[in-house]
Design a protein around this ligand. Structure first.
Ligand SMILES: [Zn+2]
Length: 171
């Protein structure tokens, strides 16, 4: 996990009440994190750590694109992502994550936020993600199918004759 060392955030050693971090995230980040949803992407990420009475409020910001498989054609597509997420952290006896606040052991005094950042990014992928209209290879397929179907179904002249007979019967 050497590659992710730059995501280690020192909390105990903070010399001022706010600290900021900036990262550029690319494919190397995703391959080092080894998350299931995303393997490729390009994003700018930032983190602002604010310390108030023993609690550290971490505000992550990220913007860019990640590659995910299109629901229709299964080819990789660019999914734009831009969001902000916060995480509360405190120092304690042992590592704990109760959903609201993460406790980091006092001896460590730091938290590697690579996985948190990954999870926040993955959360922003919409449930349904497809290529933009006109960019999905499946669009072309559907259009072709539509036009061939119409060509295969010319109106049978006999049908018109039959229709006339039926119409006459109704009168
Ligand atoms: Zn597609």
């Amino acid at each position: 996990m050497e590659k992710l060392d730059s995501f280690k955030v020192d909390l105990r050693g903070m010399t001022s009440d706010t600290v900021s971090y900036q990262w550029h995230i690319d494919d190397r980040f995703f391959s080092a994190v080894q998350g299931p949803e995303i393997q490729q992407g390009q994003l700018d990420a930032s983190l602002k750590v604010k310390r108030t009475s023993g609690v550290y409020e971490l505000t992550f910001g990220f913007a860019g694109t990640v590659k995910v498989a299109c629901d229709r054609c299964l080819e990789l597509m660019d999914q734009p992502i831009e969001a902000e997420q916060t995480l509360k952290v405190k120092l304690g006896d042992q590592f704990e994550d109760d959903g609201d606040i993460v406790t980091v052991p006092y001896e460590d005094g730091s938290l590697n936020v690579a996985w948190n950042l990954y999870e926040f990014i993955a959360l922003e992928i919409p449930i349904r993600h497809v290529h933009r209209q006109g960019e999905c290879p499946r669009d072309a397929e559907f259009e072709e199918n539509d036009s061939t179907q119409e060509k295969e179904k010319p109106i049978d002249p006999r049908w018109n004759e039959l229709k006339k007979i039926l119409d006459n019967d109704k009168k």
